[in-house]
Design a protein around this ligand. Structure first.
Ligand code: FBP
Length: 552
């Protein structure tokens, strides 16, 4: 393998563990806290998880390790979208297993949950693990999005687990994957398999957090990577003074990534989906909000700027979601074939006009032609519009352009508007983990081993107090059922981990809200620069602005 100088250097990096895990395995004891309850729907969740509900929160402390000495054979999977630090969860888990007992075994199941279903795995050894320490990506074993949720799938997983003598399974994933981890843990307990299941909180989207989980891993590195790029674009914009940059950033649904990047870079505009939904903002209102910034800056001679658009924005615009729901209905069943058979876009347009309600068509009609076609041409296998593929950065720049034309005609605007478009998503998901993510992930993996050794199941590996230096971090575990409630999914009530959206009364949003009026008109850009791995701790170990504001 050809190694870059940074990769070679990162192999040597020793991730920092929480203070209580630093004295060696024989010096880690466990303290049980109070029994827990789910965040809502307690009776229903308790009934669905009779074997794993209501368990105690646990914290590790310095003290004599009293866990039973038992050989562990652990299986691990990476599930869902890539997030920087996933490799370190595995290396932390491996190191802790080997430090506990050299005979312990770690199997990596390939391609996400599919690996467990197909019994496709690799056994890790030192050389294998060493090649992935402190590196980005999920290429160590790959990932996948298959959902583990049916009884039939659980039977297969249990069979394969038995075949390999597994004592525990570690699932590294987001809210859906950890919901499935809780269900699998319950299944394994109900069947008396003795196989424990532990989850680890991953996602760059930052929406797997709550009063127990302060941050999902990967959010720190991904937002730092996007913020570096946005800061560079801001500086280019401020140098050339001729472009408005519309930057879409990942985050399937929640706007945590957009908000964090805005806090890091102070752009002129940042849309927050949760606010758009709460205020029931229309496309016209959002367009006017951006156009006002463009016009006010133009009045000061600044015909340039930067706007951050969250990937999930359109689903939060009520009239847009209503339009999408109608399109999905319009093309249900055989209608899709009928639509596809129409020879020209004009014929298709007439079909759409006849099929949509007046209000939905009014929204459709103001969309740029490219977006209109995208809504009908790119659909998933069920015929639904693929909202994540909608180029919302182009949608809003086009709507703003049209609005500015009107203002020009009315004599209320006399600037120049040249938009450029960017989408930052995949660029950040496999970056070398920041020191924070390298340390946090290694600790989550190490901690997962401790939970296994002490016999826990249905727990999420938990490391808290993470806005402080690693020495002060607190390691432990939380029953996954504590984070669950009942939600409607695909027409049925399902127990799921509650997804965390941006809180409009939370400190990060409040800070943004208090400053954005000034940022919209003045040039207040800040330039975070590239992630630093070596140098003063005040530069290299800082975590996100979101976490710093949340934790005061
Ligand atoms: P997870 O929720 O699995 O962590 O993935 C999040 C994400 O990175 C989103 O930000 C993005 O919308 C999506 O994955 C992209 O998915 P894919 O990798 O399948 O294109």
């Amino acid at each position: 393998m050809n190694l870059s100088p940074l990769q070679t250097a990162r192999y040597e990096y020793s991730p920092k563990l929480p203070g209580m895990l630093r004295n060696g395995i024989s010096e880690i004891c466990v303290k049980e806290g109070a029994p827990t309850q789910s965040v809502a729907d307690q009776d229903k969740i308790a009934a669905l998880f009779p074997n794993t509900y209501g368990k105690c929160e646990i914290t590790f402390e310095k003290g004599q390790n009293t866990a039973p000495a038992k050989k562990q054979v652990v299986g691990v999977i990476l599930s869902g979208g890539q997030a920087p630090g996933g490799h370190n969860v595995i290396t932390g888990l491996y190191d802790a297993l080997k430090a506990t007992n050299k005979e312990n075994v770690l199997l990596g199941f390939k391609g996400g949950p599919d690996g467990l279903l197909k019994n496709d795995y690799v056994e890790f050894d030192d050389a294998f693990i060493d090649a992935y320490r402190n590196t980005g990506g999920f290429d160590i074993i790959g990932s996948g999005r298959t959902k583990l949720e049916t009884e039939e799938q659980f039977n297969i997983v249990a069979e394969n687990a038995k075949k390999n003598g597994l004592t525990a399974i570690v699932i590294i994933g987001g809210d859906d994957s950890n919901t499935n981890a809780a269900t699998l843990a319950e299944y394994m307990a109900a069947k008396g398999t003795g196989i424990q299941v532990i989850g680890c909180p991953k996602t760059i989207d930052g929406d797997l957090k709550n009063e127990d989980i302060e941050a999902s891993f990967g959010f720190d590195t991904a937002t730092k990577t996007y913020s570096e790029l946005i800061g560079n674009i801001e500086r280019d914009a401020n140098s050339a003074k001729k472009y408005w940059h519309f930057v879409k950033v990942m985050g399937r649904s929640a706007s945590h990534v957009a908000l964090e990047c805005a806090l890091e870079t102070q752009p002129n505009i940042c849309l927050i989906g949760e606010e758009v939904a709460a205020k029931k903002m229309s496309l016209a209102q959002i367009t006017n909000y951006i156009a006002d910034s463009v016009a006010n800056r133009a009045a000061n001679g600044d015909n340039f700027g930067v706007a951050i658009i969250p990937e999930g924005i359109v689903e939060f615009v009520p009239e847009f979601s209503a339009l999408i729901a109608e399109i999905n209905e319009l093309l249900a069943g055989e209608a899709t074939d009928k639509f596809n058979a129409l020879p020209t876009w004009d014929d298709k347009y007439a079909f759409i006009k006849a099929g949509l309600s007046e209000s939905a068509f009014a929204v459709f009609d103001i969309l740029p032609a490219g977006i209109q076609q995208q809504l009908f041409l790119e659909r998933d296998p069920h015929g639904n519009v693929q909202v994540s593929l909608i180029e919302s950065e182009k949608l809003f720049s086009e709507l703003v352009k049209n609005e500015l034309k009107k203002r020009k005609a009315a004599g209320t605007y006399n600037g120049k508007f040249s938009p450029l478009h960017h989408f930052f998503g995949y660029e950040g998901r496999c970056a070398f983990p920041s020191n924070f993510d390298a340390d946090y992930c290694y600790s989550l993996g190490y901690n997962a081993c401790m939970l296994i050794q002490y016999g826990y199941t249905g727990y999420l590996s938990k490391v808290s107090n993470i806005s402080k230096p690693a020495e002060e971090w607190v390691a432990g575990g939380m029953p996954i059922t504590k984070m669950m409630n009942i939600e409607r999914r695909n027409g049925a009530d399902k127990p799921v981990i509650r997804k965390a959206l941006v809180e409009l009364d939370g400190k990060p949003f409040k800070f943004f809200e208090a400053n954005r009026e000034k940022w919209a008109v003045e040039t207040c850009f800040t330039y975070p620069g590239a992630i630093q791995y070596y140098g003063p701790s005040s530069v290299c170990d800082i975590t996100t602005r979101t976490l710093a504001l949340e934790k005061g």
